[in-house]
Design a protein around this ligand. Structure first.
Ligand code: NAD
Length: 338
């Protein structure tokens, strides 16, 4: 397989993990990375990753990387942010250099849901430059959308789809604890939802929108509900302490509604240490149709490892894709690459 040449933009928890994964792949050449963190700038990524020297560098900006890297990347992986409005300019910048883009920004998995205008702008820019742009990740990007869509392929007809991802948030740091409301009182949680400081999962309109579009269903409405998961026991991780009666996570539910009926339902209770209350983690897809399809993955696919894999495993497929803004439903099925 011809090597795909990659620049990693964003060297945080996900981006650095992707870089490490790419360094282990025969069919991938890492050309360097971009991150604004001062402690990373001008360092060899291998130094931070604890791997061997890579003879590449972490640059302070895309412009710096472009100036200093002699080889043109085939793909830039962008792992800096969750929201389309915050990554659109950088995506266009990359496209204008005639380089393909993979991003793990949650909203970019199906940007027509939250930002239809920006999605059209990105598509136009990608087409003009003859490159492709893909949003992917574990969720959104795979478990609650691409995998669901694939499972519908064995059905003659479908009445109702329910998918849930029950996961453990304990490996995640302070930002995730804050946005999920972990460690707050039920009153603080309620307030946080109102002010937008607590958001729960980013991705239901995207996952539900992608499924509906793929199945040719025109939904009337997508609704979301977020409620606190109140702990019945003391829970403690490296980053947070949760007393009995406090919030251990956010139960986030999404509904895709047509003619007053929910036809797609997504359930995503995310909390720290669910096993302390005998809750098993897992990914579940239940399709009411002909035939009924019931898929259970226990325990859940780990979010971090899965996200890194999805971005890296899509590299060749994005490089070979027809130009334009793509979703995981548009490209060949993902597969592990060597
Ligand atoms: P992180 O905070 O650990 O890393 C982000 C990195 O990007 C940081 O090192 C930061 O310095 C750098 N950065 C931010 N803006 C930059 C810019 N303009 N130029 C250069 N560097 C910049 O976050 P993470 O855990 O690596 O996740 C990255 C994003 O991906 C988050 O928004 C997260 O929500 C999202 N994500 C999506 C999925 C999915 O399934 N789709 C899964 C995991 C994470």
């Amino acid at each position: 397989m011809k090597k795909v040449k990659v620049l990693q933009w964003g060297f945080g928890a996900m981006g650095s993990g992707m870089a490490k994964l790419m360094l282990s792949k025969e069919s991938v050449e890492l050309l360097g990375a971009v991150d604004t963190r001062s402690e990373y700038i001008d360092k060899d990524p291998g130094e931070i990753l604890g791997t061997c020297k890579t003879n590449t560098k972490i640059y302070a900006s895309f412009e710096d990387a472009k100036k200093n890297i002699k080889t043109k990347p085939d793909v830039v992986i962008l792992a800096t942010d969750s929201f389309t409005k915050n990554v659109v300019d950088n995506i266009k910048k990359i496209c204008n250099e005639k380089i393909n883009v993979i991003t793990i920004a949650e909203e970019m998995s199906f940007p027509w849901a939250a930002e239809p205008k920006l999605a059209d702008e990105i598509n136009k820019c990608a087409l003009e430059n003859n490159v492709s742009v893909l949003g992917t990740g574990i969720n959104p990007g795979f478990v609650l959308d691409a995998l669901v869509i694939m499972m519908t392929g064995v059905c003659h007809d479908i009445e109702y789809i329910e998918a849930s991802r029950i996961n453990d948030l304990s490996p995640f740091g302070p930002t995730v604890m804050k946005t999920q409301g972990v460690g707050t009182t039920p009153e603080e949680f309620k307030k946080g939802i109102k002010t937008g400081d607590i958001v729960g999962h980013v991705g239901f309109p995207e996952s539900i929108g992608m499924i509906a579009k793929s199945l040719g269903i025109e939904l009337d409405e997508i609704k979301e509900e977020r409620e606190p998961i109140i702990s019945n026991v003391y829970r403690e991780t490296k980053f947070v302490k949760v007393d009995k009666g406090m919030v251990a996570g956010c139960r986030h539910i999404g509904y895709g509604i047509k003619d007053g009926k929910t036809i797609i339902k997504m359930i995503h209770p995310q909390q720290v240490l669910p096993h302390l209350e005998k809750i098993d983690t897992g990914d579940y897809i239940n399709i009411k149709g002909n035939p009924p399809v019931n898929l259970a993955i226990k325990p859940e696919i780990p979010g971090g490892i899965g996200t890194m894999a999805m971005a890296v495993n899509m590299l060749h497929l994005v490089k070979e894709a027809n130009p334009g803004l793509k979703t995981m439903a548009d490209l060949p099925i993902p597969r592990m690459i060597n």
